[in-house]
Design a protein around this ligand. Structure first.
Ligand code: TRP
Length: 446
């Protein structure tokens, strides 16, 4: 990146990237699908031991190289530069994620309008409203996906610093306040205690290798690691910025928001007697019900909530595309406009394929091996390319870069104990655990 962040600017951008639909839309529904408590526990362990280590690995690579992901690997590799540069192509994942992410953001914007018109008041209507949207209403989805794609493109064209940082300073606290209100409200529900035991009392029966990989994938997705986003953002950190503290702070904020969102959503679901395994519709079905229950006030809060969530999602969306743009701009000498339009078109078309694949009319043609394209995009990124990107970063810092260089960098900001712990994690724990999980999932381990 050409201009530098301030430290607080970096924290905001990284937190803006991390906090998004992954926390409020995805975390509750994957937790629901994998049966709650045990999944949450594995997810927390994955964040603490793998997620934060990879976050720091990406950050230190970006900070030392001060360049885009491809150049970073090429420059910092002492030998085999031509080979290592391919690790930087993890930035491609951003476009795949953005394809389906933009569609989901479109649903959110659609729910702003639903909140303005009328919220569904019972579970049945809430479910039909959502299912009709994603299976029948191709036109509405395309309109909102187009709107989101254009917004992302326009913001990215301006550079992220101007508009988006300002919007975030207002909207992220608003989102936090609304979540706090909702959490407070959920204390008063009978569903609350059920939600707590669902989320925090482990039920190991649903845990298999799929669940383990899903928890790992969710940890990567929610922290925005494995794509080069953190690497690229860190390349714009001032030399004296404490990247260790910032990284841990971002992870804590991100995890807290996911847990709070989960508690709220399950409290209400259980209160309303609905199922916890509702899939991607979970948020779109349960939250409108809470808001409807609150009458007029609820309607206003619903509108504000979906607006704030849309903005949280937009800051994440922008961060997915930035790493590949930097590659196009710095390496292929594209202008920012040309790079943005190229990438914009790719994820726009990707999004249309994703949304058609869920429709009743085209779903069958866009379903392969039992998964539709929307699910494939999610699966390929969360379960394969993000962990792979993470493993490459870990191996790169653990085995390729010089330990002294890294140590000197860390010791400016933290203790030797912290450095040693991190080094051990990236050298052994991260590569081993990720490769075992992936090989196992691919059925290669017996
Ligand atoms: N972390 C974001 C969320 O939870 C999604 C996201 C943004 C992302 N940038 C990313 C995921 C880069 C992977 C890589 O919604």
């Amino acid at each position: 990146m050409t201009s530098k962040f301030s430290r607080i600017g970096f924290i905001l951008a990284a937190a803006g990237s991390a906090v998004g639909l992954g926390n409020i839309w995805k975390f509750p529904y994957v937790t629901g699908e994998y049966g709650g408590g045990a999944f949450v526990l594995i997810y927390l362990l994955a964040i603490a031991f793998i997620g934060i280590s990879v976050f720091l690995a990406e950050s230190v690579i970006g900070k030392i190289s001060e360049s885009n992901a491809v150049t970073a690997f090429e420059e910092l590799a002492p030998k085999n530069k031509g080979l290592w540069k391919y690790a930087g192509f993890m930035v491609l994942s951003g476009l795949i994620i953005l394809s389906f992410y933009s569609v989901v953001l479109g649903w959110i914007v659609n729910y702003i309008f639903i909140s303005i018109n009328s919220l569904p008041t019972d579970v049945k209507t809430a479910e039909t409203t959502f299912t009709t949207l994603i299976t029948q209403d191709i036109q509405t989805q395309i309109i909102f996906h187009t709107l989101i794609a254009l917004s992302v493109v326009l913001i990215v064209l301006q550079g992220i610093k101007k508009g988006i940082e300002k919007a975030n300073i207002i909207l992220m606290p608003l989102l936090a306040i609304i979540l706090a209100l909702l959490l407070f409200y959920s204390f008063s529900l009978d569903g609350f205690s059920k939600a707590i035991s669902f989320m925090f009392v482990p039920d190991w029966s649903k845990i298999d290798e799929h669940a383990l990989l899903a928890a790992l994938g969710q940890a990567f997705f929610t922290l925005s690691i494995g794509v080069g986003t953190i690497l690229t953002y860190s390349s714009a950190l001032p030399k004296n910025a404490n990247f260790v503290k910032s990284s841990v702070l971002v992870a804590i904020v991100d995890t807290s928001i996911a847990l709070i969102a989960g508690i709220i959503i399950f409290s209400f679901l259980f209160e309303a007697g609905a199922q916890s395994s509702g899939g991607p519709g979970l948020v779109f079905i349960s939250l409108p019900l809470i808001f409807a229950d609150w009458g007029m006030v609820g309607q206003v809060i619903a509108i504000l909530f979906f607006i704030a969530l849309a903005f949280a999602g937009i800051t994440s969306a922008v961060s997915m595309i930035e790493p590949i743009l930097m590659y196009f701009i710095e390496r292929l000498k594209f202008s920012r406009v040309k790079a943005t339009i190229t990438c914009g078109l790719i994820f726009y078309i990707g999004g249309i394929i994703a949304l058609l694949s869920m429709s009743t009319s085209y779903g069958e043609d866009l379903t392969f091996f039992g998964k539709n394209m929307f699910d494939w995009m999610d699966f390929i990124t969360s379960s394969i390319t993000l962990p792979l990107g993470g493993i490459l970063c870990a191996i790169f810092v653990g085995y390729v870069m010089k330990k002294d260089t890294l140590e000197a960098h860390f010791l400016k900001f933290t203790t030797k104990g912290v450095f040693n712990a991190w080094y051990f994690l990236v050298k052994y724990v991260v590569p081993l655990s990720i490769s075992i999980l992936m090989l196992n999932k691919l059925g290669l381990l017996g």
